[in-house]
Design a protein around this ligand. Structure first.
Ligand code: SF4
Ligand code: SF4
Length: 485
């Protein structure tokens, strides 16, 4: 008789989804907390005040110091005006911002994440609102666990209303960078602003509300690519928040440590460093992606060390290399010395070189431009006297904040003359002058006629701002004749 086949019970599949553990971080005061306050105030002040700064550009251009004028395709930044064809300046600024982040990361680790990233600033703000409404860590935890009573619902609604107000005031303020701020402000509240303004405020308010109010550290840990990039950029010489395990271990309560000082290290296992952490991690487990290096655990641990009469710095900014040095009994390297090393100097040089290159290009650029488009059909017209006519559309660019006379001329093409639609053919000449409005481009339809017997050839149109040597541009064009292909 065959034996019955034994089927092994299968292991339940491991879930790939980890449920979020909410973070109820405790309030802490200290040096790094105060630095965080100062940077938050500075970031928000710069963000709110910038669109209201004025900058006199004369009667023909807006007087907002920083303005992204999408309607007229201009970007204004104090004395600088970027036209669409100069987008490489914006690309240069973005590259500088990227290299700047490389520089900061290799020098002081994830300082951007810990102090200045908008997600950090908003999360921090919302966590303070939590404390205001629900109390500190333990009270918030109790309320979280409590059933949904009328009082809990009322508190939650009140708190979320404040979240919404903050989201509206911060995310919504972004629209003032895209239009004249005082005018848009007045239009917005009188209900006459463009629908896109209300739509943008709605989207930005809601995204700020959700990302800062509810998703919080999950954005940093799961959504943002920057922590992954930074991890690749950190090396053993980068400053990161470090728990000095050789000093802290073996952990034990103060009582135990007092009884057996030889056996225990400085960490009294009070968990204060975990309690204050905005991302809810335990830095004693080593460097990890959830650590945004906000240094609040340093403040918490320094306070514990002061209270227990031990030297500060059990958790501190340190490099991996320096941590090994200290472990071996050597004195730690000064932070300023750690910041300036070949890698950071190289990043700084590249960053500065791009900045200087941009400044040089900005300082030497001409404010006059010309583009030419030739009529393709017909490519030429044979006139009754045997001469040949080609037609072109020229676009003159006046990048100054005042109207300017510009002289258009033909360079090459022997014997050729030109005229425009608004002048008689008899007045045709090799050059003519057109007035171009301030800060604008102007299309000019030009007919060029060359004597009989001319052949296919290239020539140049040039443009020169009258009375402004150096303010010139040129563009090559083709002249077609019946003899060509
Ligand atoms: S705050 Fe300091 S002493 Fe307390 S658990 Fe953290 S590392 Fe240990
Ligand atoms: S471990 Fe310390 S430095 Fe890192 S996020 Fe938490 S509190 Fe900030």
């Amino acid at each position: 008789m065959n034996k019955p086949v034994q089927i092994k019970a299968q292991e339940p599949p491991v879930s790939l989804y980890a449920k979020r553990e909410p973070v109820f971080n405790r309030r802490i005061d200290g040096k790094f907390r105060r630095i965080k306050w100062a940077i938050m105030a500075l970031c928000l002040a710069v963000y709110w005040i910038t669109p209201w700064l004025r900058w006199d550009r004369g009667p023909y251009a807006p007087d907002q110091a920083v303005l992204i004028d999408l309607a007229h395709r201009r970007f204004y930044m104090f004395g600088i005006e970027i036209w669409p064809h100069e987008f490489y300046f914006v690309a240069g600024l973005l590259i500088m911002a990227g290299i700047g982040l490389f520089l900061v990361t290799s020098a002081v680790g994830r300082a951007w994440c810990g102090y200045a990233c908008p997600q950090t600033v908003w999360t921090d703000l919302f966590q303070h609102v939590d404390r205001l409404f629900d109390g500190d860590r333990n009270a918030r935890f109790r309320l979280y666990k409590a059933p949904w009573t009328a009082s809990k619902i009322a508190r939650r609604l009140a708190k979320w209303s404040v979240y919404l107000a903050i989201s509206f005031a911060t995310g919504g303020a972004w629209i003032f960078y895209f239009a004249d701020a005082p005018t848009l402000h007045q239009e917005f509240w009188s209900g006459t602003a463009a629908p896109v303004a209300y739509g943008t405020v709605l989207v930005l308010t809601l995204t700020t509300f959700v990302l800062g109010g509810f998703m919080r550290e999950q954005v940093c840990i799961y959504m943002c690519p920057w922590p992954r990039i930074q991890t690749a950029m950190l090396d053993e010489k980068s400053l990161i928040v470090t728990y000095k395990d050789w000093r802290g271990e073996k952990r034990g309560s103060l009582k135990k440590a007092q009884k057996n000082p030889e056996e225990y290290g400085d960490c009294i296992d009070c968990n204060q460093c975990v309690a204050v952490c905005p991302t809810g991690i335990d830095i004693r487990e080593g460097a990890q992606i959830g650590c945004i290096t906000c240094a609040l655990c340093i403040d918490a641990c320094d306070r514990v060390m002061a209270e227990t009469g031990r030297p500060r710095g059990l958790i501190d900014y340190a490099t991996l290399e320096d941590a090994e040095n200290e472990k071996a009994g050597n004195a730690p390297t000064r932070h300023m010395k750690l910041i300036w090393r070949p890698r950071t100097i190289l990043y700084f040089c590249v960053w500065a070189a791009i900045g200087l290159g941009l400044l040089f290009t900005l300082g030497t650029r001409v404010h006059t431009g010309l583009t030419v488009a030739k009529d393709r059909n017909p490519p030429y017209i044979l006139m009754s006297d045997g001469s040949v006519r080609n037609a072109y559309t020229l676009r003159l660019r006046n990048m100054q904040g005042r109207p300017r006379d510009m002289e258009i001329a033909i360079e090459g093409l022997p014997g050729a003359v030109m005229w425009t639609e608004d002048m008689a053919r008899e007045a045709a000449a090799r050059s003519l002058v057109r007035k171009v409005a301030a800060d604008a481009t102007q299309g000019v339809r030009v007919y060029v006629v060359a004597p009989a017997g001319s052949t296919d050839q290239s020539f140049d149109f040039s443009v020169q701002a009258v009375g402004e040597p150096g303010e010139a541009d040129s563009s090559q064009a083709k002249f077609d004749t019946p003899g060509g292909e």
